[in-house]
Design a protein around this ligand. Structure first.
Ligand code: GCO
Length: 473
């Protein structure tokens, strides 16, 4: 996600390569003990790694169309091949197993499973995910399946996509069929990934697929995502799936850049839009007052009972705080503003703020009745052209992960009910509008040869998991 699309990067970046180098073999792991029931995992998504966009009967998604239009993606990259995971899936699962990771969150590609219409399954597509899940289970890795990570079939976009209320029912119908097929083997079901980003960036400001803009477009897309999520949770429960049911949201503390009243008010509005309008309909059955008016044209009587469903656990993607100032030239009069010094940045210009993690976890804990949470994404990108000069020696990434894990522990000590932590991500992958240049993986991918090479952080994470397992076994 390009969190800073609406502003220019800070003039002086103290980039994370300047973080203290922590030797992978020490790295202060002794303090990172999370107990016997804690789930360490790793996350990916279908569109970002699979490639093979024309194979196995797959039809285009909105992202295929968006990538092939000019000027959307850095360097004109596409995900046509990406990490070629579709052909290299066994090797990639072996990498997960090789690090001792016992939980894998992945997403499924809707237009691979139902390319032509909503009722005709594509046996080749189902076969691919059957093999994936069976291989995971054979390696004793729990499959955490995300049903929708932004790659809507283009055929549904042509009928209005998420601005069309019917797409909510289509998601539930898709999930119903998928859960009947995989319901005996999936350990955790995640309905959506980051409805805030998908609605705002894809349907509000147009920097993600399907490239739409405007407040009405954003609000209708988000409401229909929320509704589709509620209907899906009910469908999964009705099918009696074995796995636990949840969803994934990016939840970030939103701070005003200054204490000027207009900046404080702008931060409150953005918080209602970014965090509240995703969590409240699901966990409390309403929209936040500050933005409720935008949803009125789309929210029909009874909708908020449908969106308000009990979940077993909430995935929280955390990268940093958002620092916001008033800016009348953008929707909601709220734009990114200067950060609070002293803050370090990743190479993407995202602030490194591990102390924001307990802040947001305690807020969720206190607001939503101690909801069980897992960290579904947390990770660190470098930006790279060509082959890595020193990309495998990723001390900055190790430091980032370690700092976030220490603050996660603080949140647990303060009472947050957190049962897992998943790193974003296994492989360097296709990072949406950032293309192939942003490298988040624990494993380096040479896109010329598709050779995978574990970085230091991969070995560090393996060691952390081993240490936790050894102590708790
Ligand atoms: C998101 C998505 C991931 C991203 C990751 C890094 O948060 O945008 O869930 O698909 O790739 O967060 O940007």
């Amino acid at each position: 996600m390009q969190r800073r699309k609406l502003l220019t990067a800070p003039a002086t970046l103290s980039i994370a390569s300047a973080l203290p180098v922590i030797p992978a073999k020490q790295a202060g792991m002794e303090s990172l003990q999370f107990g016997p029931n804690f789930n360490f995992g790793i996350s990916t998504s279908a569109y970002q790694i699979e490639g093979a966009v024309h194979e196995g009967g797959r039809a285009p998604s909105i992202w295929d169309v968006f990538c092939h239009e000019p000027h959307h993606i850095t360097d004109g990259d596409t995900a046509d091949v990406a990490c070629d995971h579709y052909h290299r899936m066994p090797e990639d699962i072996d990498l997960i197993a090789g690090a001792g990771i016992k939980n894998y969150r992945f997403s499924i590609c809707w237009s691979r499973l139902f390319p032509t219409d909503d009722r005709t399954p594509n046996a080749t597509g189902f076969g691919f995910y059957d093999l994936l899940i069976d291989r995971l289970l054979a390696k004793n890795i729990a499959p955490w399946m995300c049903l929708y990570h932004w790659d809507l079939p283009q055929r549904l976009q042509e009928r209005g996509g998420w601005r069309n209320r019917d797409t909510s029912a289509r998601l539930a119908e898709f999930s119903d069929q998928v859960s009947r097929h995989f319901g005996d083997r999936v350990s955790h079901w995640m309905v959506l990934n980051e409805a805030a980003v998908h609605s705002r960036f894809g349907h509000g400001v147009g920097v993600h697929a399907p490239g739409l803009t405007g407040m009405a477009s954003w609000a209708s897309a988000l409401h229909h995502l929320n509704l589709g999520q509620g209907l899906t949770i009910q469908a999964l429960r009705a099918n009696g799936v074995k796995g636990r049911i949840g969803t994934v949201a990016c939840v970030e503390p939103i701070w005003p850049s200054t204490d000027k009243p207009e900046d404080v008010a702008a931060a409150q509005r953005l918080d209602a839009m970014w965090n509240g309008a995703v969590l409240d309909p699901l966990l409390a059955g309403h929209y936040p007052e500050l933005v409720a008016e935008y949803f009125e044209p789309f929210c029909q009587p009874g909708d908020l009972e449908q969106t308000h469903q009990p979940i077993d656990l909430l995935g929280v993607n955390y990268y940093s705080r958002l620092h916001i100032q008033a800016d009348p030239s953008v929707p909601l009069d709220a734009n990114f503003g200067p950060d609070h010094a002293p803050v370090k940045y990743t190479a993407l210009g995202w602030p490194i703020e591990p102390d924001g993690l307990p802040e947001i976890l305690m807020r969720i804990t206190n607001t939503y009745n101690r909801q069980e949470i897992f960290i579904s994404e947390n990770g660190f990108a470098t930006v790279q052209d060509g082959r890595p000069v020193n990309g495998l020696r990723d001390a900055g990434r190790i430091a980032y992960l370690q700092q976030h894990l220490s603050f996660l522990k603080k949140a647990i000590d303060q009472g947050a009910n957190v049962s897992g932590y998943f790193v974003w991500t296994l492989l360097d992958d296709f990072e949406w509008d950032g293309g192939l240049k942003w490298r988040f993986g624990l494993v380096d991918v040479d896109y010329e040869t598709q050779k995978r090479t574990p970085k230091d952080s991969y070995h560090w994470y393996a060691q952390l998991i081993k240490l936790n397992t050894a102590v708790t076994a």
